[in-house]
Design a protein around this ligand. Sequence first.
Ligand SMILES: [Zn+2]
Length: 305
Amino acid sequence: MNRRTLLKSAGLLPLVAAADSMAAPAAARKRSVRFAYIGDTHITAETKPMEHVAKCFHHLQNQADKPAFILHGGDTIMDALGQDRDKVQKQWDAWNTVVKADNSLPIEYCIGNHDVWGYEQAKTDPQYGKKWALDQMKLNERYRSFDRNGWHFIVLDSVQLTPENKWYTGHIDPEQLAWLKADLAKTNSKTPILLMSHIPIVSATVFYDKSNIKNGNWQIPGSWNHTDAAELIELFYQYPNVKTALSGHMHLLDRVDYNGVAYMCNGAVSGNWWTNDTYHQTKAGYALMDLYDDGTVERTYLQYI
Ligand SMILES: [Zn+2]
């Protein structure tokens, strides 16, 4: 017998008050999991990036309320897109050195544009393209989903290279879209869903640069925001259990609540690619993410230096 039944049977519960008490108070939600979001670490073998990434790992692991794991939003290394094998190897070595020495939490990775090896002379190398990054991240697939603490996590590969592999735009390819539709369809409609894409699907950060107003019109680069945003917004609208979509890439911090989805761009550990601790209005940092059993999500963005 619960408290309400007990009060009712004892005749102690006035009917009007009972109706009010049926509305679940916000405090009734329970936290499902706390994890740390880090992204755009852009590590190189130089002192500052290595020391600062190490500091970031210590900062998040020293929290009194500890995160259970780390989600890396992509751009782990400074750049592989136009670098030869030796330069890319040095960056991955720097990353692995810091992870080994300064981190004991499991890391779930998402691939970023700078993680992709696009060096022209390496076209015939078996690790060309996304393969090398996936090897480093110990992933079999460039996109995937998994369940954790009552939430369903979907990690997308939003980086699609242009035919010459010199540049990229943000969207998911037809094969990945078909997989995403099937994955959403088979997920229990009561299970809240978190999406992770390196490039934002919906973001206010794209408005920071007025040089993208041309002839009185905004022209948002396809490398900044998913070019298939309209299609994905429609798709998510069919699944009210899609609760949040995280991104990195812009090195800026925002939260856009749209159609019940909290789209959050999560700054950057590297700030302004290590040249400055602030990029426009966003400080270098990482986020603690709290996911709740009612599908709500809270973010705490922290500076670690
Ligand atoms: Zn980046």
